[in-house]
Design a protein around this ligand. Structure first.
Ligand code: SF4
Ligand code: ZN
Length: 517
């Protein structure tokens, strides 16, 4: 009832505005200034809005992918669990592909089905679960948010877009609107990368899509379009359209449910037709009534019109437009895989924990040092050796470090090259075990909270090993790649300084971390 009333009021308001506009349309277009975008970039005809909603939702109902969080949002009757589940999915989906997220999401929700369950976990357990998903601060913020909900909000998830935005760390305008509409049925539009693309193409918005004027215009547009009866589905349909049809490269306009409302599509279509000598006069007349990209009456001052000329070769991909991307910062890190023979005959690897703030916060890695500009690689290698010596409590010279190879890992803003070295210790070489330093077996390392960079380094070491095995079999000389295993025949015995240097089991490893947090 409430929704119907709201929809009715919306229609009356729009109709009033339309009547007024029809008398003064030309004048309005002429006098519209830079702060009030031309109606060309909006949906000023309510009939178009109705058409858009129905075409988009019909399409979505037919082709939507069954995803665990979508199923949960429909089947879960407890709004608190629904909000929590959609929140988890939205955070995981930030900067990560749907296909990758599914598995992580299912495991996460099995382990922590409610916000209280997540609040009862340690950050180490969260990091371990998140390992491989990238952008690790997201998992940390989810955990912080769960703690806040459990401790300050009596276990109740915020239940409005505004309170989601204010109360949950890591939840911005988009995420709050997505959770509010999908989990709570709140009538609000969403604007993410997919929606930006769809709307910019549909309404020929060609100014820098990151500019404040475009951002506000897109939010206003999204809010005016969202279906008041099915806001969550409408928003997911817009995003799905951007992900599967109106894609960044190679959009499939022929399969687009909203093609008839798309300015960019018509721009391309009209151009093609005009360029064709075989154009029939009748058809020409028909097409001449279609809107064209130049239909924005004040394109010279319009904050939404492109400043760059239209590029025929790009077609609808002329939109959206972004400023040139800053190239990622280039960094080089020296890293050393330190191995010792373990008690059970399995090698153990030395890992150190990163600081709790910043890049890859709290994750475990092989001892590493970012190459400082003022240092040469040799000087930095000495520094890395000094650091490992300090950790091990035993002197280590750089000549013992064997070069393995290089691994490149791209973060969002850093192009990181790891120059990988290794050193294999003999019995009794290692003495240290502290809170931030651990020895892990290979299998424990696979399960631990380590970054993708560490896994890539292990892969490199493995490939070096197999290369070495291969070359040995062939009887050819081995290059200095791969990890040279220590020549130990007897079962090693580890000496203990600091109370204990025995390798911890995985559970005790995490127990130590739990005590820390
Ligand atoms: Fe995108 Fe093409 Fe559909 Fe327009 S017609 S919204 S450009 S897929
Ligand atoms: Zn314009």
């Amino acid at each position: 009832m409430h929704k119907c009333k709201r929809a009715g009021l919306e229609m009356v308001e729009t109709a009033k505005r339309k009547r007024k506009r029809s008398k003064t349309a030309v004048k309005e277009e002429e006098t519209t200034n830079a702060s009030s975008p031309s109606t060309y970039h909006t949906f000023h005809d309510p009939a178009d809005v109705v058409l858009l909603r129905s075409q988009l939702l019909n399409w979505y109902d037919k082709v939507k992918r069954e995803l665990p969080w979508r199923t949960m949002a429909v089947t879960e009757s407890d709004a608190n669990i629904r909000t929590y589940g959609v929140w988890v999915s939205e955070i995981m989906l930030q900067q990560t592909q749907v296909a990758t997220v599914i598995d992580y999401y299912n495991k996460w929700m099995t382990r922590w089905p409610t916000v209280q369950d997540l609040a009862g976990a340690t950050l180490e357990e969260v990091n371990q679960m998140w390992a491989g998903l990238g952008y690790y601060s997201r998992g940390k913020r989810l955990h912080e948010g769960a703690l806040k909900v459990a401790q300050e909000l009596k276990g109740q998830m915020p239940c409005t877009v505004d309170s989601l935005l204010k109360q949950l760390p890591g939840v911005g305008r988009y995420t709050a609107a997505a959770i509010g509409s999908i989990a709570l049925g709140q009538v609000t539009g969403v604007v993410d990368g997919n929606v930006i693309r769809v709307l910019c193409r549909m309404r020929a918005i060609g100014a820098d899509s990151t500019s404040p004027a475009v951002t506000e215009a897109l939010w206003s547009l999204a809010n005016s379009l969202v279906d008041p009866e099915r806001p969550g589905d409408f928003n997911q349909a817009m995003m799905e359209l951007g992900a599967r049809v109106c894609t960044p490269k190679g959009p499939v306009c022929s399969q687009c449910p909203v093609q008839s409302l798309c300015h960019s599509y018509y721009k391309v279509h009209v151009k093609q037709e005009n360029n064709s000598r075989k154009l029939l006069a009748k058809r020409d007349r028909k097409l001449s009534t279609l809107p064209d990209i130049e239909d924005c009456m004040n394109s010279r001052t319009c904050p939404l019109c492109p400043t760059e000329p239209w590029d025929d070769e790009l077609g609808v991909q002329n939109f959206p437009r972004k400023p040139a991307k800053k190239p990622p910062r280039v960094e080089r890190t020296l890293t050393c895989v330190v191995i010792r023979p373990g008690e059970e005959g399995e090698d153990e690897y030395l890992l150190t924990q990163r600081p709790n703030k910043g890049l890859l916060a709290g994750l475990w890695e092989f001892p590493s040092l970012v190459l400082e500009e003022k240092n040469t690689e040799m000087k930095q290698k000495q520094a890395l050796c000094a650091e490992i010596s300090r950790i091990l409590g035993t002197p280590l010279t750089e000549s013992l470090l064997q070069y393995v190879g290089e691994v490149v890992h791209i973060f969002s803003h850093i192009r990181q090259t790891y120059a990988v070295h290794s050193v294999c210790l003999k019995d009794g070489d290692t003495q240290t075990q502290t809170e931030n330093v651990q020895w892990l077996t290979r299998s424990a390392l696979q399960e631990a909270a380590v970054s993708t960079g560490v896994k890539k380094i292990m892969k490199l070491c493995d490939s070096g090993d197999s290369q070495k095995e291969q070359t040995s079999k062939d009887g050819k000389r081995q290059k200095h790649a791969g990890i040279k295993k220590p020549q130990t025949s007897k079962k090693p015995k580890l000496s203990a300084a600091n109370g204990s240097s025995r390798q911890l089991s995985l559970s005790s490893f995490f127990k130590t971390a739990k005590q820390e947090s």
